[in-house]
Design a protein around this ligand. Structure first.
Ligand code: FES
Ligand SMILES: [Fe+2]
Length: 383
């Protein structure tokens, strides 16, 4: 039986989007591809880990794990924000396990109590006075690169990575056009969901509007809030947008009346940053959402939904209902599609299909999926 089943292809010709076959199915479950993505896409990329407002107090920290790596971002006594590898420099014990917290003056390793100041320097290390030639200054926490965009904090493991600001040139200005209160955002809540699907399956679903009117009822509700003809998906190399104007005359959303509600934008605004970060706003809702697909295994991802809102006004009921709607209705409807697509991708009966791409790059065109697949493919190929 095994010998008669041909190995599915890894050959792909990105070609012209209109004519290209889709990225072969094996890219969505193959172990070798997954390792190459880790090494060539994720380790050298910028990753959004938190918003600056999460570090208002000295010692406040956020921990983010990515594959076998873990990073601490922390506010120091000197008010500076820094990122460190989450590992003790004695014998390699992981230091912090909680996603968020606040240290009292030092980070203490739970194994032999080496203590690090909030700037990462090694402050005390019990019994090391017995050591000849031990120089504490050589054993500080190892730094990780940190940059911000729109007050969101990004980290990168690659000391030689191109600066985030160069990769995302123009992106922050686009965010500010739709989010005038970007600087006043505060974390409202964060929800992590494990999805049994490849991270690209989840991404692909989020960067096309073809399924909006054609899949489930919750998507139809979303489409009803947008003047969908005007929805446009625009690639800019390592970042991209998909934006739609509000439906004129809409008077309710997410089960709430819009009477008296306030929001930053009534547009459906989404901006993606290579490889796996999305910021978005739903129409008539006063949240800025983050949507991050963190690969765990070839066919398992952690989907992190962050919700931020302007801190200087109370959360409108429509906004609260929108968060609930995303967590309990739209998210699950998409996740169900992610799960069934992941199952189909392994079928002996499927290898490659076609992208639905039209000349005018319309609201339903899948050109952004092709663009994203080409970025992934090029990164994997670049040895
Ligand atoms: S491993 Fe951290 S103090 Fe020993
Ligand atoms: Fe969707």
């Amino acid at each position: 039986m095994q010998a008669m089943i041909p190995q599915k292809t890894l050959d792909w010709n990105p070609g012209r989007p209109e004519q290209a076959l889709t990225l072969p199915a094996r890219y969505f479950y193959d172990e070798g591809i997954f390792r190459q993505e880790r090494d060539r896409i994720f380790y050298p990329a910028w990753h959004a880990v938190a918003h600056e407002s999460e570090f208002e107090e000295v010692g406040a920290y956020v921990v983010t794990d990515l594959f076998d790596q873990s990073v601490i971002v922390m506010r120091g006594q000197d008010k500076q924000l820094r990122a460190f590898h989450n590992v003790c420099q004695h014998r390699g014990n992981r230091l912090l396990e909680d996603r968020r917290g606040k240290t009292q003056a030092v980070i203490r390793c739970g194994y032999h109590s080496w203590c690090y100041a909030q700037d990462g320097s090694l402050r005390t290390a019990p019994r090391t006075e017995r050591l000849r030639g031990f120089d504490k200054s050589q054993y500080g926490l190892k730094p990780v690169r940190l940059e911000t965009m729109g007050r969101f904090v990004f980290v990168n493991f690659d000391p030689d990575a191109t600066p985030l600001a160069s990769i995302t040139e123009g992106a922050e200005a686009e965010m500010r056009r739709y989010l005038p209160d970007l600087d006043r955002m505060k974390l409202v809540s964060e929800t992590d969901v494990i999805v049994p699907a490849n991270w690209k399956v989840i991404m692909d679903n989020s960067i096309e509007g073809y399924h909006f009117g054609l899949s489930g009822p919750v998507h139809k509700h979303l489409a009803s809030l947008i003047d969908f003809k005007g929805y446009r998906l625009t690639p800019h190399d390592k970042w991209w947008t998909y934006i739609g104007p509000p439906m004129p005359g809409a008077n309710s959303a997410y089960g709430e009346s819009l009477a008296g509600a306030t929001w930053q934008t009534d547009w459906f605004f989404n901006i993606g940053v290579w490889p796996n970060t999305t910021f978005y706003c739903f129409p008539f809702s006063d949240i800025l959402g983050t949507f991050i697909m963190i690969p765990l295994e070839p066919e398992k991802s952690l989907l992190r939904f962050g919700y931020y809102a302007p801190s200087h006004r109370p959360l409108a009921q429509v906004t609260k209902s929108c968060i609930r709607w995303m967590n309990e209705e739209l998210g699950p409807e998409d996740i169900q599609l992610n799960v069934t697509q992941q199952k189909g991708l392994r079928s002996f009966g499927y290898d490659q299909g076609r992208y639905l791409i039209d000349a005018e790059r319309s609201n339903e065109s899948e050109h952004l999926v092709h663009h994203f697949h080409k970025l992934c493919y090029d990164a994997i190929q670049a040895a």
